[in-house]
Design a protein around this ligand. Structure first.
Ligand code: NCD
Length: 338
C-alpha cells in the first residue's frame, strides 16, 4: 500500500511487504521511544486523539508516540464531553475536527464507525478499535512482539504456533491478529473459548483459506502444550447485554504459574493485549506469572509506542527525516532494558 495520507482502518489493507516496512520503521524508532534521542520531525503537527470508549494503553501510547516525534496532541475522551452527545453526526464531527488536525486516531464502540468517520475526514484516520470489529494497530504491535520474541529463539513468524484464549467472539484484537496471520505461512492457530464466545466463522475461514491449521476447542490445558505463544484475552463485558451474562464466562480460562509449568513447554511466551481483568473472579493471567521471564505482556505494551510512531511516520511521510531532526536527550534517562 501507499502509506502517505492513507487511513489505517483494517488489516485487510496490508500486504506482507507493508508489514515488514512498518516493522523496519518501528525498529528505527527504538532510541526515541527509549529516550536516548529526541526528534522534532513532527514539530507543529497536531494529532486529534478521539477516544469514545475506555482506553489506557492505546490512547496514551498514540499520544506519546506523536509527542516523541515532536508533535502536539489534542484529545477528546467519552461521548459526554463531545458534541456527539448533542446529536452531532460522525460526518460533521469528522469535517470539523479534521481541519484542526494533521492526523486523527479514533476509538468508537460501533463496528464500522471509524471507517464512516474517515470517509468524511480531510486527514488520515487511524483505527484505535471499532466495537468488536478490528483493532489493527494492536494486531501490528502483537505481531511485532511475536516477531521479537521468536527472533530471540532464532525463529520466524512463518511456522508460528499460537493459542488464542478467551472471548474470541467479541475480541477485536484477535480478529485483527487472525487477519494479519493470513499474510504468513504455515501457522497453527488453536482457538480456545467457550462455545458461545468462539471465533466468528469468517476469521476461521480466512485462516484455513491461507493454508493454516486451525483447532477450535473449549479446553485450555490440553491445547496449550504444543504452541509457541499463548495469547490470553479478557471477557469483553462491555459487549454483553448484561453483567450477569458476562459473569457466566469470567474465570473460565485462568492461566497461572502451576498450569503453565504443568502444561506449557518451558519457553512458551505469554501475551495479552491488556487490560487483564485482575478481579478475583476473573484473573485470566494470575499475578503469580509476573516473575516469569516468558510473560511478554509489558514488552508487548511497550512495543505499542514503537509501532504507532512508525505508523505516524509513514502516514505523514517523514520516516526518512526522523534522524535528520534528532539530537541526544539532555536529561538523565533510566536504564530501559526490559
Ligand atoms: C483491547 C481492546 O480495547 O480491544 N485493549 C487494548 O487496546 N490494548 C483489549 C481489551 O480491552 O480487552
Amino acid at each position: 500500500m501507499d502509506f502517505p495520507a492513507s487511513h489505517i482502518l483494517s488489516i485487510t489493507q496490508f500486504e506482507r511487504f507493508d508489514i515488514e516496512r512498518i516493522f523496519t520503521v518501528a525498529d528505527q524508532m527504538e532510541p526515541y521511544a527509549h529516550r536516548r534521542k529526541m526528534t522534532r520531525v513532527l514539530e507543529g503537527a497536531i494529532l486529534g486523539n478521539m477516544f469514545f470508549e475506555a482506553s489506557t494503553r492505546t490512547r496514551v501510547s498514540f499520544g506519546c508516540a506523536f509527542n516523541l516525534l515532536g508533535g502536539e496532541v489534542r484529545e477528546t475522551t467519552g461521548f459526554q464531553s463531545s458534541a456527539i452527545s448533542k446529536g452531532e453526526s460522525l460526518y460533521d464531527t469528522a469535517r470539523v475536527l479534521s481541519s484542526y488536525s494533521d492526523v486523527i486516531a479514533m476509538r468508537h464502540p460501533d463496528a464500522g464507525s471509524v471507517a464512516e468517520f474517515a470517509s468524511a475526514s480531510r486527514v488520515p484516520v487511524i483505527n484505535g478499535g471499532d466495537g468488536a470489529n478490528e483493532h489493527p494497530t494492536q494486531a501490528l504491535l502483537d505481531l511485532y512482539t511475536i516477531k521479537c520474541e521468536l527472533a530471540a529463539k532464532c525463529r520466524e513468524v512463518d511456522g508460528l504456533r499460537i493459542a488464542m484464549i478467551g472471548d474470541l467472539r467479541h475480541g477485536r484484537t484477535v480478529h485483527s491478529l487472525c487477519k494479519l496471520l493470513c499474510l504468513y505461512k504455515n501457522v497453527k492457530a488453536v482457538l480456545i473459548s467457550p462455545a458461545e464466545l468462539s471465533m466468528p466463522e469468517e476469521y476461521v475461514e480466512q485462516l484455513r483459506a491461507a493454508g493454516h491449521e486451525v483447532i477450535v476447542s473449549d479446553a485450555l490445558e490440553a491445547n496449550i502444550c504444543d504452541v509457541d505463544i499463548v495469547y490470553s484475552t479478557r471477557i469483553q463485558e462491555e459487549r454483553f447485554s448484561s453483567q450477569e451474562e458476562a459473569d457466566l464466562y469470567r474465570g473460565r480460562f485462568r492461566l497461572n504459574q502451576a498450569i503453565y509449568t504443568e502444561f506449557c513447554q518451558p519457553n512458551t511466551v505469554i501475551m495479552h493485549p491488556l487490560p487483564r481483568d485482575s478481579r478475583a473472579t476473573a484473573n485470566e493471567l494470575d499475578v503469580d506469572l509476573d516473575g516469569n521471564p516468558n510473560l511478554a505482556i509489558f514488552r508487548q505494551a511497550d512495543n505499542g509506542v514503537l509501532v504507532r510512531m512508525a505508523l505516524f511516520a509513514l502516514v505523514l511521510d517523514v520516516a526518512h527525516l526522523v534522524d535528520k531532526y534528532s539530537k541526544d536527550v539532555p536529561w538523565h534517562t533510566a536504564n530501559r532494558v526490559i
